[in-house]
Design a protein around this ligand. Sequence first.
Ligand code: HEM
Length: 364
Amino acid sequence: AKVKLVSGIQDSWVAFTYEAAEAVLKDERFVKNPRAVFPDVSEHELMPITHSMLFADPPDHRRLRSLVQRGFTPKMIQRLQGRIEEIAKIQVEQMKGKETVDLIADYAFPIPIIVICELLGVPPEDRLDFQRWSNSMVEINDDPSFYEQVEAHMKEFQLYIEQLLAEKRIHPQDDLLSELIRAEEDGDKLSVQELYGAIMLMIVAGHETTVNLIANGMLALFTHPEQLKKLKESPSLIDGAIEEILRFNGPVEFSTDRYAKESFTFMGKQLQKGDHVLVSLASADHDPAVFSEPDKLVITREKSPHLAFGKGIHYCLGAPLARLEGKIAIQTLLNTFPEIQINTALANLEWRQSFVIRGLKEPA
Ligand code: HEM
């Protein structure tokens, strides 16, 4: 398919098989920074988030990732366990006594949002604004006025971050944002644009993914009642269940954009410098060459080399956090409401229109 993402792109390719998907993700001839192949691209065409690690190539990528990585070591994430359990408990308490709840709005959404806001040092009360802004970055729409709205949202988002940073510079705290500001103030480690990019990336990653791990996971369990029963009977299967949910209904459907750094032949296809390449993580994770009965949820699969968190140098930095949150959220829900069922008459089981995110639309 020919699509115009940034001016200059000729062709667009998609890797669908597991073999091709893994090969693209690991091959550094596919670059992430559009400026590397389109030097004339204007800042106006790109979103501020393109100054983050997700859109950077080595050596910048290493520098940007290692600064944020400090706040995301598995040890630090493990320390969050008690706090995540507390947040999940507060949310289930609020649901008790109700006959029906909106599982996304009342449960799946607040947990990861509160966690990421606390980690970053951002007021969780502003979460509806974050939701609006991050939606703008991942949704697609045929309506031309939608893109005017996206631009307006990006301006609001940027203004918000400017104010937040101004405040944090005066009153630094023990949080990731203050840590990043210190790195920026230390001189050449982080430019102001990179600081903005890092904050936007963390807010978007924290809002659009784990929410769907919890919601897509519960949907997969509801539609495979024998697997749900098995999990309730043997709670120790939860780790395998989370991996299988990530494979079966992973929250990230397509990787982010990559570009061929040069012209070369890749798996028999002739690519031109600047060609746009996407990886269908969802399709790779349903490839029968790697997963037997791929369209079935089987929480006891022996081995699952799924690509839900990507692969290679851009492998998801938040994976340990997302796994822990998903595990605690689903466990707490099943322990508190063992008879939980989906109300198909009320549930809006339509998928959102997004290239990147696989998640359900919330009821209007
Ligand atoms: C990168 C998936 C949760 C932070 C990625 C990538 C995927 C992914 C597929 C690589 C994209 C590519 O190569 O094009 C997921 C899934 C999540 C999740 C499925 C939840 C279940 C999170 C969370 C955070 C996070 C909670 C942190 C708050 C990041 C960052 C990157 C990333 C910073 C960029 C890494 C880099 O470029 O080096 N994620 N993510 N993710 N994710 Fe996640």
